[in-house]
Design a protein around this ligand. Structure first.
Ligand SMILES: *Cc1c(COP(=O)(O)O)cnc(C)c1O
Length: 377
C-alpha cells in the first residue's frame, strides 16, 4: 500500500460498541478481568498498554515498514529509553550535527552511567569507520541533520554499523516516513519526535521508536518503556493518529514550498548561504535524491553581515512565527544559536526555517521585505 492509503487504512477504528468512525479516547488506567482471571481485551494497566497507544504504535510501525512501534511522552523519552537498552561499557557513534538534545543525553545522563560516545562527520564514511571501536553497539544517524541539513548515506552507514556488530538507529523526525524509510535502507530502529510532523499542529509533545524486527534489543526496550513509564498519554495518541491521517499531504505540500523558498533565498544578495538538500549545489543532493522522495520542509540560511543582520531579518518577518520547533502547519523562524545556548556549534548568523502550509508566494514576499532590513543595517 502507498503511504496515503496506509495512513488512513492503518488508522481505521473498530469500535465494537458504537461503530464510531472517529476512535473514542480510552482514558481508563485499568482494565477489567474475567471471573477466571483472564484479561479478555488484552489490556491490564495503562502504563503497559492502552487501546489508543496500541493503535498509534501499529500505525507508526506500518508507515515505517517495521515490526513494532513504541510511543513515548517525548522524543527525548524515546531516545533515552533506547539508550537504556545498551549496556554500561558500550560505545555510541553519533553525527557531529545531531539534534543537540541527543548528545546532551549521552553526555549528561549516559556518560556517568557508563556509555561512551564519539562524534563524527556523518557525510564522511571514513570518519565514521575510524570512530567505530570494538565496543561500539550503536551508530546513530540523523539525516537531514539539524541545523545544517547535512545528508548522511543511510544504507552505507547501516552497512558499516552491521559489519562492526553494532545496531544502527536513525532519527527520522525531519524526513518522516513519507520522505524516507530508514528501515528499508538497513537501519534496525527509527526514532521520531512525533511532536513535529506526525502531530503536525504544534500541540502534542511525544516521541516514538519503530523496530525493524523482534529480538532481544526490541524486547528489552519494550520492557523499559513499561518499567520507566515515559509513555504517551491516550489523548496524545489520539491526536497523533489524527495527525497521521493528513501526514502525507502536509509533508509533500510543505516540502514543495520549502524548495521554492530555498531557491528564492539562494538568489538573494543579502544571503551568504542556504542549506537545503533539494538544491543541486548542496553537497548531499545526490544521496538525498537516492534515499528521499522529496527534500523536506526545513531549511537554514546564513545572512551576510553576521548575527545582528540575522536577528534583524527574524525581527521583521510577519507571516513566520519566531519560535523554535518544526513540523507544524504554521511557518516558524528561529535564531538557532541562541536556542541551543552557550555550547552551540551553530553559526551566529544562521536562521532556521520550518515551512508550513501557507502559500509559497506569501512566504517569499514576507522574507523579501524582512531581508531588506538585513541590508539596511
Ligand atoms: C525535537 C527533536 C527531538 C526531540 O524531541 P522532543 O519531542 O522535543 O523531546 C529529537 N530529534 C529531532 C531531530 C528533533 O527535531
Amino acid at each position: 500500500m502507498h503511504p496515503e492509503t496506509l495512513a488512513i487504512y492503518q488508522n481505521r477504528v473498530t469500535d465494537a460498541n458504537a461503530g464510531a468512525v472517529a476512535p473514542p479516547i480510552s482514558l481508563s488506567t485499568t482494565f477489567e478481568r474475567d471471573a477466571d482471571g483472564a484479561f479478555p481485551h488484552g489490556h491490564v494497566y495503562a502504563r503497559t498498554s492502552n487501546p489508543n497507544r496500541d493503535a498509534l504504535e501499529a500505525a507508526l510501525a506500518a508507515l515505517e515498514g517495521g515490526f513494532a512501534g513504541l510511543a513515548f511522552s517525548s522524543g527525548q523519552a524515546a531516545t533515552m529509553t533506547l539508550l537504556l537498552g545498551l549496556r554500561p561499557g558500550d560505545h555510541v557513534v553519533i553525527g557531529d550535527d545531531a539534534y543537540h538534545g541527543t548528545p546532551a543525553l549521552l553526555e549528561e545522563l549516559f556518560h556517568p552511567w557508563g556509555l561512551t560516545y564519539t562524534r563524527a562527520d556523518f557525510t564522511n564514511l571514513d570518519a565514521i569507520r575510524a570512530s567505530i571501536h570494538e565496543n561500539t553497539r550503536l551508530v546513530w544517524i540523523e539525516t537531514p541533520s539539524n541545523p545544517l541539513l547535512k545528508i548522511a548515506d543511510i544504507q552505507a552507514i547501516a552497512d558499516l554499523a552491521h559489519e562492526a556488530g553494532a545496531w544502527c538507529a536513525c532519527d527520522n523526525t525531519w524526513a518522516t516516513p513519507i520522505l524516507q524509510r530508514p528501515l528499508d535502507l538497513g537501519c534496525d530502529v527509527v526514532m521520531h519526535s512525533t511532536t513535529k510532523y506526525i502531530g503536525g499542529h504544534s500541540d502534542v509533545l511525544s516521541g516514538a521508536l519503530v523496530f525493524k524486527e523482534d529480538g532481544e534489543f526490541y524486547q528489552r526496550v519494550r520492557r523499559y518503556q513499561t518499567l520507566g513509564g515515559a509513555v504517551a498519554a491516550p489523548f496524545d495518541c489520539w491526536m497523533l493518529l489524527r495527525g497521521i491521517k493528513t501526514l502525507t499531504t502536509r509533508v509533500r505540500a510543505q516540502s514543495a514550498t520549502a524548495l521554492q523558498l530555498a531557491e528564492f533565498l539562494d538568489r538573494h544578495p543579502a544571503v551568504e548561504a542556504v542549506y537545503y538538500p533539494g538544491l543541486e549545489t548542496h553537497p548531499g543532493y545526490e544521496i538525498a535524491q537516492k534515499q528521499m522522495t522529496m527534500f523536506g520542509a526545513m531549511l537554514s540560511v546564513q545572512i551576510k553581515d553576521g548575527a545582528e543582520a540575522a536577528m534583524a531579518v527574524a525581527g521583521h518577518v510577519q507571516l513566520f512565527t519566531r519560535a523554535t520547533s518544526l513540523g507544524g502547519v504554521e511557518s516558524l523562524i528561529e535564531h538557532r544559536a541562541s536556542v541551543e545556548g552557550p555550547t552551540t556549534r551553530t553559526p551566529q548568523n544562521l536562521l532556521r526555517i520550518s515551512v508550513g502550509l501557507e502559500h509559497a508566494d506569501d512566504l517569499i514576499a514576507d522574507l523579501e521585505q524582512a531581508l531588506f532590513h538585513a541590508k539596511s543595517l
